[in-house]
Design a protein around this ligand. Structure first.
Ligand code: NAD
Length: 417
């Protein structure tokens, strides 16, 4: 970030303030397993910076979660909320667990245990969690319910991404994928490209990747490849994400890339390829919607796509990013491209606090206004300052955070400079 701070000539206070998280909460979460045994899981809630508002950020359940990862993700949330101008700071949570190894009851106990561990450090004016990898609206519902049990109050604004019956917002489930599509549309229009002429490969056919692929296909883009953690499929003539997703959910079986057993795949002559081969396809847009570090110094040379759309957080390492720049491959950065989820989370929080609930079409309109408006500012800045979109997004973001910090007085102010 040093280059960004230098370019903006931010006060030394800003660098110091953003150097580390403001609060790191850690807990051992005991869970009674179905066989009667007790397991204890490591969990975190990290609040990085709250100078622009209460903390905001998802909760991840994954075996590789640790304090460093949660801290990094919480910093990206600070940047993301500021890039799209939401009145939030950044936070993130995580539990080191393989949720696929738990029964539904065990998962419920763990979700409730997470809230028992952290209920006193979160709150609608303090820090508002949301879903992330391997957590969904059911988990958010259990968590909101546990908070209500502990506090003896119905406080829907405590958490976003809840089921609609518990105060969840219309449009939240698809918001990240939809937002990414709005950002891609805005960029394509600026570059004079038609969706019908663009081919797309999607790494990570999960919640965000599925909604993106479905909506992009409806808008005329051609989805030629999809992958998940087990493998990938490819069809030059285009894939239909909707039935593939249904099939994946019905069978729950990912081994050996079961997509190809569905009638859609047989009809379409789909090739099975490796998940690494998907990253090397010659497509117009490579969408990264899985996890961090998908493109690294080791595989960046294989990338042949014209542009990368980052739906995952941190899917390109900084070293790989430099190579992509040298190769003139456009990157639509995560803090902008995946901000649709946090924008609709913000709208859910507003609805919960006012008790006034809106239609999905109104929410999608507000999402488009906020995200496309901020994306255009970022694209303009990139052109004016001749920097890539990631640098432009960071400049937009840090400028706003610096301004919030400066409102409280900085070294320059107190020295009378
Ligand atoms: P998810 O768990 O629903 O989906 C992730 C998908 O990636 C799964 O299908 C998994 O099988 C696949 N995957 C994992 N490793 C892979 C690999 N090596 N190759 C190909 N596929 C692989 O999670 P999600 O909610 O869709 O989130 C995906 C990414 O988007 C994460 O980085 C998350 O932080 C980010 N994100 C999500 C949201 C949201 O609202 N869901 C918001 C902002 C950012």
């Amino acid at each position: 970030m040093a280059g960004i701070y230098d370019r903006l000539e931010v006060d030394e206070d800003v660098r110091r303030q953003l150097q580390q998280p403001s609060r790191i909460h850690e807990a051992a979460i005991p869970v009674r397993m179905d066989d009667g045994s007790l397991r204890v899981f490591n969990g975190w809630r990290i609040q990085y910076d709250q100078s622009r508002g209460p903390g905001k950020g998802g909760i991840r359940f994954h075996p590789d979660v640790d304090a460093d990862e949660v801290a990094t993700l919480s910093f990206w949330m600070v940047l993301k909320c500021a890039v799209v101008n939401l009145p939030f700071g950044g936070a993130k949570g995580g539990v080191q667990v393989d949720p696929k190894s738990l029964s539904r009851l065990e998962l419920e106990r763990l979700s409730r245990g997470y809230i028992r561990a952290f209920y006193d450090v979160i709150g609608p004016d303090r820090d508002i969690p949301a879903p992330d990898v391997n957590t969904n609206e059911t988990v958010m519902g259990w968590m909101a319910d546990e908070y209500a049990e502990i506090t003896r109050m119905k406080v829907p604004a405590i958490i976003t991404g809840k089921p609609p019956g518990m105060g969840g917002s219309a449009g939240r489930a698809a918001a990240t994928g939809r937002g990414a599509l709005y950002v891609l549309d805005a960029w394509a229009e600026r570059k004079g490209k038609n969706p019908e002429d663009l081919t797309i490969a999607v790494q990570g056919f999960g919640n965000a990747g599925y909604h993106f692929a479905r909506l992009a296909q409806e808008s005329g883009y051609r989805i030629v490849a999809l992958s998940d953690s087990q493998g990938a499929i490819h069809a030059d003539q285009g894939l239909d994400p909707e039935p593939i997703w249904r099939h994946k959910n019905e069978t729950r079986e990912l081994k050996g890339m079961v997509y190809c057993e569905s009638s859609v795949c047989t009809e379409n002559d789909v090739d099975q390829i490796s998940k690494d081969d998907l990253l090397a396809l010659d497509v117009d847009v490579l969408v990264l919607a899985a996890l961090e570090n998908a493109i690294t110094a080791d595989n960046v040379d294989k990338v042949r796509a014209g542009a990368i759309l980052e739906i995952a957080n941190g899917p390109v390492t900084s070293e790989a990013d430099k190579h992509l720049n040298e190769k003139n491959i456009t990157v639509l950065p995560d803090v902008l491209a995946n901000a649709g989820g946090v924008i609709v989370s913000y709208l859910e929080w507003v609805q919960n606090r006012t008790g006034d609930y809106w239609s999905e079409s109104y929410i999608n309109e507000r999402l488009a206004d906020q995200l496309v408006g901020q994306a255009q500012l970022c694209f303009d800045r990139a052109e004016e300052e001749k920097v890539d979109y990631r640098v432009a997004a960071y400049l937009q973001s840090v400028e706003r955070i610096a301004s919030a910090l400066a409102s409280r007085g900085t070294q320059r102010y107190f020295n009378g400079d």
